[in-house]
Ligand binder design. Structure first.
Ligand SMILES: Cc1cc2nc3c(=O)[nH]c(=O)nc-3n(C[C@H](O)[C@H](O)[C@H](O)COP(=O)(O)OP(=O)(O)OC[C@H]3O[C@@H](n4cnc5c(N)ncnc54)[C@H](O)[C@@H]3O)c2cc1C
Length: 536
C-alpha cells in the first residue's frame, strides 16, 4: 500500500560511498524531502572507525559476504566478495587507500560516448569532495567533506621498498592523484585525525541534522515501483514486512555493483530471457543489466623478513600491541591507522604502454588472504593487480527473492592479454624485491616461492592463489544511444524508464585504473548535481 504520508521528493537506495554523497547533497536544498534506505545497520561498531579495523570487518556481518560462482579462470574456485552492508557501505569497511584513477580512464569514458565524463569534467567533483590535508592545488581540494591524509606511520621496509622500485627504474611519486599516477610512493588514505573517513561519517552525519533528510537503516529495498514506465517509489523489507514509499521526483539507486543490477532485475528491468526464467515479468528489456562486470584481480607475494619488525611481530607481542594502542590513543598515529597497503607502485609491464597497467599494494605484514590470520613469521606482502582487465563477468538473479544473493561470475583471466599482464606483473614484483635496498629485509620468498619460474608456472600460481582486490564495477554501465549493453545514459538515467537513475560503481563504463572508492564518491557528487539541475 502507498501511504500518502510516506512520500518524498527523492528516494536514494543504498547508503554507501555514492549513496551517502547523493543523499547529503540533495538534502542541501531544504525544499527537497529526501529518504535514504540502507539494508545494513547504523555504523556503531567501533571497528569500523579504526582504520586497522578493516582486517576485522571485511568478513563480518557488516559485509554482504557474497560468494562468486566457481570460476574456470581461477581453477574453478569460488571466492568471497565482501561488500559493505552498513551505513557508509563499502567506504565503512574498505582499505582506505585514496586513489582516483588515471586521467586517461575518464577521457576514455568520454570517448566511449559519454559527454561530461572526461577528466577535465570530473576533476572538479574530485576536488569538491576533498578535504586534503596537504592543502589545495590544481588537483586537490580543501574544505570538502572527505578527509584525505598522509600515512601516520613510518617504517623502514616501506622506505626500502620505494627505494627498490627506484632502483628498478620506477620513479618516486609523491602524489598518485596529481599530475601523473606513475611511480612508487606512499598512499594517502581516507582518514581524518586518525579515524576512518567513510562517507557515512563525512557526508551523512552532518547532513542528518537537516529535517528534510530521513535515513532508514535495516531496510532492504526489494523492487522499484513502476507506474507504466515511470519509477514512482520503492518497496522495501523492514522488520519482517514489506513497505512502500513514494517518490514525487526521482529514485536513485546506489546499491553498488552487485546490488544495483540485482534490484533492477528484481524490478523487471534487465535481460528478458533471464527475468522470464526467474519468473519475473519484463517491464523494460535491458540486456546489459548485470553484464560487463569487471574487477581487479590481485596476486600476492609474501616474503619472510629476517628482522622482527613487521606487524606480524607486533600482533604476536601483547606488550608491543599495548604500545601500538597507546600510540594511537595519544598521537593518533602508528599501525592502528594503516589501510590496505602503505606503499603503492603504478608501473608499466611493457615500455610501449602509454600509462601504468599494474598497481602494487605493499605492507610490512602478511597473511594467507586479506583479513586472514597473520603468519607466524615476520612477513612482508607485495600484491600486484592488473589495472585494466579485458575479461568481463556478470551478475544474475538466482530467484525473485530479494534476500537471496545473486549469482556472480568474475571470469578472471579469461583473455590471453590478462594472463600475460598478470605474469608480467609478477615478474616486476620479483624485480623490485631483488633490488639492493630490499635485500636485508627479504630472507625468502615464501609465497609462491622461487621454484615457480616459467610463465606457465606463474600463471598457474595466479590461478591457484589470486583473488579479488574488491573493485567490482560496470554492471549497469553508462553509454550512448545505440550501445546495446548501456544500462544508463550519460546523465545516469536508466534507459527506458523515467525518474530512475543509478549512481555507484556499477555505472563506470570501464573500471578505473586504481582503487574505486574515490571515483564512486565523484560519481555521487556529479549525480547529485545532475539530479538537482533536473529538479530546477
Ligand atoms: C574489503 C574492501 C576493501 C576495499 N579497499 C578499497 C580501498 O582501499 N580503496 C578504495 O578506493 N576502494 C576500496 N574498495 C572498493 C570501494 O570501497 C568500493 O568500490 C566503493 O565503496 C563502492 O561504492 P558504491 O557506492 O558503488 O557501493 P557501496 O559503498 O558498496 O554501497 C552500497 C550500499 O547499498 C546498500 N544496499 C545494497 N543493496 C541494497 C538494497 N537492496 N536495499 C538497501 N540498501 C542496499 C549496501 O548495504 C551498501 O551500504 C574496497 C572494497 C572492499 C569491500
Amino acid at each position: 500500500m502507498m501511504d500518502g504520508q510516506d512520500e518524498f521528493d527523492f528516494i536514494v537506495v543504498g547508503a554507501g560511498s555514492a549513496g551517502c554523497v547523493v543523499a547529503a547533497r540533495l538534502s542541501e536544498d531544504p525544499r527537497h524531502r529526501v529518504l535514504l534506505l540502507e539494508a545494513g545497520p547504523e555504523d556503531r561498531n567501533p571497528w569500523i572507525h579504526l582504520p586497522v579495523g578493516y582486517f576485522r570487518t571485511m568478513y563480518s556481518s557488516l559485509s554482504w559476504g557474497f560468494r562468486t560462482e566457481p570460476d574456470p579462470g581461477i581453477d574453478g574456485r569460488s571466492i568471497v566478495w565482501p561488500r559493505g552492508k552498513v551505513l557508509g557501505g563499502s567506504s565503512s569497511i574498505n582499505g582506505l587507500v585514496y586513489i582516483r584513477g588515471q586521467a586517461e580512464d575518464f577521457d576514455l569514458w568520454r570517448q566511449m560516448g559519454n559527454p561530461g565524463w572526461s577528466f577535465a569534467d570530473v576533476l572538479p567533483y574530485f576536488v569538491k569532495s576533498e578535504d586534503q590535508e596537504r592543502g589545495a592545488d590544481g588537483f586537490h581540494g580543501k574544505g570538502g567533506p572527505l578527509g584525505v591524509s598522509d600515512l601516520r606511520l613510518q617504517h623502514p621496509i616501506c622506505e626500502a621498498f620505494i627505494a627498490a622500485a627506484e632502483a628498478a627504474g620506477i620513479p618516486r611519486n609523491r602524489d598518485f592523484n596529481g599530475a601523473t599516477q606513475e611511480g612508487a610512493g606512499y598512499f594517502q588514505l581516507t582518514v581524518r585525525d586518525g579515524w576512518r573517513a567513510s562517507t557515512a561519517r563525512e557526508y551523512l552525519r552532518p547532513a542528518r541534522r537537516r529535517a528534510n533528510l530521513e535515513v532508514r537503516s535495516s531496510a532492504l529495498a526489494s523492487r522499484v515501483v513502476l507506474e507504466g514506465r515511470r519509477a514512482v517509489g520503492v518497496a522495501y523489507l523492514a522488520g519482517g514486512e514489506e513497505r512502500t514509499v513514494r517518490a514525487r521526483r526521482e529514485v536513485v539507486l546506489c546499491g553498488g555493483a552487485i546490488n544495483s543490477p540485482q534490484l533492477l532485475q528484481l524490478s523487471g528491468i534487465g535481460p528478458g530471457a533471464l527475468l522470464q526464467d526467474r519468473g519475473i515479468a519484463t517491464l523494460v528489456e535491458s540486456p546489459g543489466v548485470g553484464e560487463c562486470l569487471q574487477d581487479h584481480f590481485q596476486v600476492r607475494f609474501v616474503y619472510r623478513c629476517p628482522e622482527p619488525i613487521t606487524f606480524n611481530d607486533i600482533a604476536r607481542s601483547p606488550l608491543r600491541k599495548l604500545g601500538v594502542a597507546l600510540e594511537w590513543l595519544f598521537r593518533r598515529s602508528g599501525p592502528m591507522t594503516i589501510g590496505a597497503g602503505q606503499v603503492g607502485v603504478f608501473c608499466r609491464t611493457r615500455p610501449e604502454l602509454a600509462t601504468p597497467d599494474i598497481q602494487f599494494h605493499m605492507f610490512p605484514v602478511s597473511m594467507d588472504r586479506p583479513g586472514g590470520t597473520f603468519h607466524d613469521y615476520s612477513g612482508i606482502t607485495s600484491s600486484i593487480c592488473q589495472l585494466r582487465p579485458e575479461s568481463r563477468g556478470w551478475v544474475r538473479l538466482r530467484s525473485p527473492d530479494p534476500r537471496e544473493h545473486p549469482a556472480i561470475m568474475p571470469n578472471y583471466l579469461a583473455t590471453r592479454g590478462d594472463q600475460e599482464t598478470i605474469v608480467a606483473g609478477m615478474r616486476v614484483a620479483r624485480r623490485i624485491a631483488a633490488q639492493e635496498p630490499m635485500r636485508r629485509y627479504i630472507a625468502e620468498e615464501t609465497i609462491p616461492g622461487l621454484a615457480h619460474e616459467s610463465d606457465d608456472e606463474l600463471l598457474a600460481v595466479a590461478r591457484r592463489n589470486g583473488t579479488t582486490i574488491f573493485h567490482p564495477t560496470s554492471t549497469c554501465r553508462m553509454g550512448p544511444d545505440g550501445d546495446a549493453l548501456a544500462v544508463v545514459d550519460p546523465a545516469l538515467r536508466v534507459r527506458g524508464v523515467e525518474a530512475l537513475r543509478v549512481a555507484d560503481a556499477s555505472v563506470m563504463p570501464t573500471v578505473v585504473s586504481g582503487n574505486t572508492n574515490a571515483a564512486c564518491i565523484m560519481i555521487g557528487e556529479k549525480a547529485a548535481d545532475m539530479v538537482r539541475a533536473a529538479a530546477r
